[in-house]
Design a binder for this molecule. Structure first.
Ligand SMILES: [Zn+2]
Ligand SMILES: [Zn+2]
Length: 135
């Protein structure tokens, strides 16, 4: 069962799942950076396949959890290998840490979702990545 910590974002699990104290110092399942005081996120049971014992509860940053759902930046732009994109790119932009990539993925997802012209927003995001030298 999923549990969550930090601030509420109006996500569906918040009403159904238990809110717990922030697991400060525990490594995030996705980016491996330790959870810090003030971080927001969720925990989930991860089965240890070596021992097949009871699942361990492992935290993830909120943005690392969301990135797993919405996909990395290049994936959302349809340019990564798994999308058959022309560039053969990894799902996350070149030169970013996993956490930075997750933050960028959530920002892009929010941008595309809220944009009146999704295609224009997509092109602007691509230009921004080009300006940063990441595309
Ligand atoms: Zn993380
Ligand atoms: Zn993809």
């Amino acid at each position: 069962m999923m549990r969550w910590f930090g601030r509420a974002y109006g996500a569906p699990y918040e009403a159904d799942c238990e809110h717990i104290p922030t697991p400060v110092g525990v490594a995030c399942l996705w980016c491996s950076e330790p959870i810090a005081e003030g971080d927001d996120g969720v925990t989930a049971g991860v089965l240890d396949t070596a021992t097949m014992t009871a699942p361990r509860e492992v935290p993830q940053h909120y943005e690392c959890h969301l990135r797993a759902i919405v996909g990395g930046v290049m994936h959302q732009l349809g340019r990564c290998t798994c999308c058959g994109g022309p560039d053969g790119l990894a799902p996350d932009p070149e030169g970013m840490t996993k956490r930075e990539g997750a933050r960028a993925a959530v920002a892009l997802y929010d941008l595309l979702r809220g944009a009146p012209d999704r295609e224009l927003a997509r092109l602007m995001a691509e230009q921004h990545l080009r300006d940063l030298g990441r595309l």
